[in-house]
Design a protein around this ligand. Structure first.
Ligand code: AMP
Ligand code: MG
Length: 352
């Protein structure tokens, strides 16, 4: 199929583009669109056949459930069996925004959308274009990240094009996204609520409004034999083609070790990439060095992570060495994605 690509520009009437996207969704087609986290690949969540097309286009395992995107609380009522009071408090505080909550599903949500589960993941995004597309498409849009399964999530329309051109009906190009890592997932079916995936709504932010929240232990201990509670978290994800290693420790020593490893691979004739920060890029004389953002504001790091991994793919880099980041706040989402992309390969330099 030929993929229609339409660019949305501010200060211009985009009604026709939104209507076209909505019509495709309502007739069971696939439309990729920007959200504040990453680009989503949308389909009508209440139409099992449409939702199934998402799995085919992405090459996504069928037991990996989709997140249903809505724009208002009435829609939440319709697709859930029960909304706990704490979920209303969290929604008041952080919806619309980069947070997904899990509820017991109502009958209208097909098993094809939930990967056979009796629960449904729901998010209310804040991105203006996302909201317009969701409403135009009927109000219940299943939308996982719009990448080929296993590849880094798309943070720009070009990334969606790279992976899915010819496999989906339409891409709504709204420019680069803001946050750059997927939503926090919070399971509201357990007490206390449990974080199944870290994101921009941090544990600390949730503590502020509902007190104690648990964190899925397998997130901290990736070598655990137990399966993560979000089925999607068990798969190798976000992975660049290159072999990625994260180096953790005092920054000067990290730079020395990265230079040593990089030189070793360069002398063997490999293409080497290095992920540094504004504070450290000057320390790397060799290789394809990319600045991911500043340590002063880790949100800048989150927003560039997936794009940089894709750039290394396009440059044909074979080994990537990355600095490590704090795991407080948004840092926990960054480290979760980075370590997954690295297949958990981390070198910890001891203190000397
Ligand atoms: P993506 O949309 O590609 O960012 O992936 C959605 C994530 O949400 C995956 O990790 C899923 O496993 C998780 N998820 C979706 N629905 C549920 C659910 N009902 N229970 C637990 N995790 C879910
Ligand atoms: Mg994804």
């Amino acid at each position: 199929m030929k993929t229609i690509i339409k660019k949305i520009t501010k200060n211009q009437n985009n009604t026709d583009i939104i209507k076209q996207a909505g019509d495709i969704l309502k007739s069971g087609g696939l439309v990729a669109f920007p959200t504040e986290t990453v680009y989503g690949l949308g389909a009508d969540a209440l139409n099992e056949q449409a939702a199934k097309k998402i799995y085919a286009a992405k090459g996504r395992p069928s037991d990996n459930p989709l997140i249903v995107h809505i724009t208002n609380m009435e829609a939440l009522d319709k697709i859930t069996e029960y909304i706990p009071q704490e979920a209303r408090i969290v929604a008041d505080a952080y919806w619309p925004g980069p947070l997904t909550m899990i509820f017991r599903k109502s009958e209208i949500v097909p098993m094809g959308t939930t990967g056979g589960l009796n629960t449904v993941a729901v998010r209310m995004p804040s991105h203006e274009i996302a909201r317009e597309v969701i409403d135009a498409g009927g109000g219940y849009i299943a939308a996982p990240s719009a990448n080929t399964s296993g590849r880094p999530s798309p943070t720009a329309a070009e990334h969606v094009q790279e992976d899915l051109s010819g496999r989906i009906d339409m891409i709504v190009d709204g420019g680069a996204v803001e946050i750059g890592v997927e939503s926090t997932i919070l399971d509201m079916t357990v007490t206390p609520p449990m974080i199944l995936r870290p994101g921009a709504i941090t544990r600390e932010m949730l503590n502020e409004v509902i007190g104690e929240v648990a964190v899925d232990k397998t997130l901290m201990n990736p070598n655990s034999k137990k399966a993560p509670k979000a089925p999607g978290m068990k798969y190798r994800h976000y992975a660049p083609k290159a072999d990625l290693t994260v180096i953790e420790g005092e920054l000067d020593r990290v730079a020395d070790e990265i230079n040593r490893l990089a030189q070793e691979k360069l002398s063997e004739g490999y293409k080497v990439g290095i992920i540094g920060t504004e504070e450290t890029v000057g320390k790397y004389p060799f290789g394809d060095v990319k600045c991911i953002g500043t340590r002063e504001d880790e949100a800048t790091i989150a927003s560039h992570l997936f794009g940089i991994l894709r750039e290394f793919d396009n440059d044909g880099v074979e080994y990537i060495y990355s600095e490590s980041f704090d795991s407080e706040g948004i840092g926990s989402a960054i480290m979760n994605r980075l370590l997954k992309a690295a297949g958990q390969h981390i070198i910890r330099l001891g203190n000397k």
